[in-house]
Design a binder for this molecule. Structure first.
Ligand code: RIB
Length: 313
């Protein structure tokens, strides 16, 4: 029987406008698309939903507008049992939106309009209360950086491990890294933050070592269909991903981060938690949409075990 750890997530909520197209148009080209749908998304919301569906007891610190998109996003989170007492409603800014252009090839391109997310605010007293009893703090970079930094510092002070998914990329202060317990980056982010090329598992391990040298306790570099590389004090490993037919990779990284956080909070090793994360993400990519494609714990359990992990030099 797995425990139900308390997780505090700080992050964005967006209504995703999912535009399905045969392929992305070139500059100056007009193209006929397939369909347009409005679906709940945003990296913060997606990671909160992933934590909740993996069995976490989740509280989300986020901000929506006073509009139909905001109400729809809130209703969706309630269905997943996510505590919304820290959800802020902005009287002026609209709820965040993201245009997700999904090609038949399963490639996507995303543009975010932050809206109310950009006005998220907090203070140390509120954070201390929201962090009480939390076993993990999870965040990304679609919220204002000063607020993210303030919350990371509060979690670190409170002894609550921090999982940071620094996406979308932006320059970060050196003081942040030693406050991060688990850093989750994709190959593009790993390359940018570490300052080296990352295409192979060996290069991912090298980038992870660079980031650990800055003070991060453990690093996971996700490599899409190749799986994920873990870098910690005991060494580096590649956890290969199960082979699946991907139709949409939107929210795959968020699904991974949420599943990883819950497994770590349940006391699993980084290797076990990463295996769980790649299994969850493998389900996510076989479905279209962000929050609607995130699997439950039972759906992940029903998947075959992923291939065995390999030690990396
Ligand atoms: O990580 C996927 C998410 O990025 C989408 O749901 C979109 O809202 C953007 O925030």
């Amino acid at each position: 029987m797995r425990s139900a750890p308390h997780i505090l997530v700080l992050g964005s909520l967006n209504m995703d406008l999912l535009l399905r197209v045969p392929r992305a148009p070139q500059a100056g080209e007009t193209l006929i698309g397939h369909s347009l749908a409005l679906l709940p998304g945003g990296k913060g919301g997606n990671q909160a939903v992933s934590c909740a569906r993996q069995g976490g007891r989740v509280r989300l610190l986020a901000r929506i507008g006073e509009d139909a998109d905001g109400r729809a996003l809130r209703d969706a989170l309630v269905q997943d049992g996510i505590a919304l007492d820290a959800l802020q409603v902005d009287p002026q800014q609209p709820t965040g939106r993201a245009l997700v252009m999904l090609e038949d090839s399963a490639q996507n391109r995303i543009v975010v309009l932050p809206g109310a997310n950009a006005a998220l605010q907090t203070d140390d007293a509120a954070l201390a209360q929201q962090l009480r009893g939390a076993q993990f703090f999870v965040t990304q970079l679609e919220s204002p950086l000063p607020v993210v930094l303030q919350a990371v510092a509060a979690a670190h002070r409170a002894g609550c491990p921090v999982l940071l998914n620094p996406s979308p990329m932006q320059p970060l202060p050196d003081s942040l890294w030693p406050q991060v317990d688990t850093l989750v980056v994709n190959e593009v982010e790993a390359a940018a933050y570490a300052g080296c090329a990352v295409a192979t598992p060996g290069q991912a391990a090298a980038a992870g070592q660079v980031l650990r040298a800055r003070g991060v306790a453990r690093v996971v570099v996700t490599l899409g269909a190749q799986g994920a590389v873990t870098v910690e004090q005991g060494g580096c490993r590649l956890q290969p991903a199960p082979q699946v037919q991907a139709v949409d990779t939107t929210a795959a990284g968020d699904t991974f981060a949420g599943a990883l956080a819950v497994a770590l909070a349940q006391g699993q090793s980084l290797a076990q938690a990463t295996a769980r994360g790649v299994r969850a993400a493998a389900v996510c990519v076989t479905r279209v949409g962000a929050q609607v494609s995130i699997p439950t714990a039972a759906e992940v359990d029903a998947q075959p075990e992923p291939p065995a992990a390999q030690e990396l030099p």
